[in-house]
Unconditional design. Structure first.
Length: 196
């Protein structure tokens, strides 16, 4: 699980408890001892200590000692930082991107398991999205910043699938490869190499 998602899940798990939310609300007003919190939220002190340990573990609460009393306070800066980093649009977008990328990777793996044996494509699927997974795989077999002649392109593709002409055409049509105007030289599209 990506770190941002793990942090977000931990944050919501900790705050999903009504008693902890009440404790957070009380600590937002002022620092308090376990006994004060236990009286105000009407639970036993050991229960309050348990809730405080969960909040402290996430960095939302800090503690200071004064004699034999431990005073707890809400770390507003930690709450704000978490909100900025994880809950802000950019943080949520990055979580969405990670989840989407993982789903795409799982989809590609399933397609490759279905239509490949070892390093060889057994059949080109009809569905465009599945076909593009395999075309991307073929594109990954070429070296960036290298120019290939048509026979060299064939030499790379032919061991992967018998219909090297269709695959070569698809590589160019979908933009994984570019060729010169004469159609004699091919290379990976520099604008898309990072996607491989």
């Amino acid at each position: 699980m990506p770190a941002e998602i793990a942090t977000l899940v931990a944050f919501f798990k900790v705050l999903a408890d009504a008693t902890r939310l009440r404790i957070v609300g009380l600590l937002a007003v002022e620092e308090r001892s376990v006994d004060e919190l236990a009286t105000l939220v009407e639970v036993r002190p050991p229960t309050v200590s348990h809730h405080l340990s969960k909040l402290k573990k996430l960095g939302l609460v800090s503690v200071r000692s004064e004699g034999s009393t431990r005073w707890y306070r809400l770390e507003i800066e930690a709450v704000e930082r978490l909100a900025r980093e994880v809950l802000a649009g950019e943080g949520l977008t990055s979580i969405g991107d990670e989840v989407e990328a993982a789903a795409e990777d799982a989809y590609a793996l399933k397609v490759m398991q279905t239509f490949m044996e070892g390093d060889r494509i057994t059949q080109l699927p009809r569905q465009w999205r599945k076909k593009m997974v395999l075309v991307r795989y073929v594109a990954q077999q070429f070296e960036p910043d290298r120019t290939y002649t048509e026979p060299e392109v064939k030499a790379v593709i032919a061991p992967i699938h018998a219909d090297h002409v269709t695959l070569r055409r698809l590589l160019v049509d979908v933009g994984w490869m570019v060729r010169d105007k004469a159609g004699r030289e091919y290379r990976l599209n520099p604008e898309r190499v990072a996607e491989l």
